[in-house]
Design a protein around this ligand. Sequence first.
Ligand code: HPA
Ligand SMILES: [Zn+2]
Length: 317
Amino acid sequence: MNNLIQNLSKAELHIHIEGSLEPEMMFKLAKRNKIALPYKNIEEIKSAYQFNNLQSFLDLYYQGMAVLQSEDDFYDLMYAYLNKAASQNITQAEIFFDPQGHTSRNIKWDTFMHGFKRAIDEAKANLGINASLIMCFLRHLPESDALKTFDNAMNYRDLFIGVGLDSSEVGHPPSLFKRVFQKARDAGLYLVAHAGEEGDASYVWEAIDELGVHRIDHGNNAINDLSLIRRIAADDLALTMCPLSNQRLQSVPDLAKHQLRKFMEYGVKVTINSDDPAYFGGYLNENYLALTTALKLTPDEIRLIANNSLEACFIQY
Ligand code: HPA
Ligand SMILES: [Zn+2]
């Protein structure tokens, strides 16, 4: 199974670049930028990564971002991910970034956008991997902040392909971001949203009906609503599922009961992704392997899921 998973061509469609910040790089950048970390060494960082829900992870995720300061920092972060992705036979990635996590710390748009672009261009030339960016809005902040972010992002319109919605889900439903998603749609951008990770099925309905998303990130809790499952299948909306993330955030207590299998039985286009690999203990192939073991996926099922990921890409090469 290991070899099959390694050798298959795959796309990764749910990876937050800031969630690929490995403890080693966090330490290196903290030193480079003279930023004090609340950890004495790498082991302390790793042992702090014990989560009991989404928020307990997000608190450390935003704290970790503080070490990202210069264009080179963003370049190093992106290049390290793309290098790892290429080594796992990922041929294409559509990568989330959180601009509000950086502008709120007075980092300039040029700094992160130029760092990301340089890494993506070099990785394409050196490693043959294709990568595009999807800008996410932080849903714990008001829509007015997302609208400002959208206007600033339009100065970099050719550097990203879509918009998404992430951060703390419960209490921040998709419908609150209708206007900014409409603007993104009018600009010809692809639309995605995290929904049904901790929120119930109503969050997924809203992402589809109010935002008009083209894929759903996570989607796990849609499993409780048969008419919703049928709608997702009928509209061919891919789910970008993240098993190790679900396990580490305790949103799916037992991987053997992961919702992916049932969605697959209903004909939903399911995909496997890593979400925040530096925090959740595995990159893409480790996620495939963990779910293969837990759900006893067959080689044909693994091939189908990998093929789904290529079909669900917004950009077809
Ligand atoms: O898994 C996630 N869910 C919501 N927001 C996020 N931001 C980074 N990772 C996540
Ligand atoms: Zn995510």
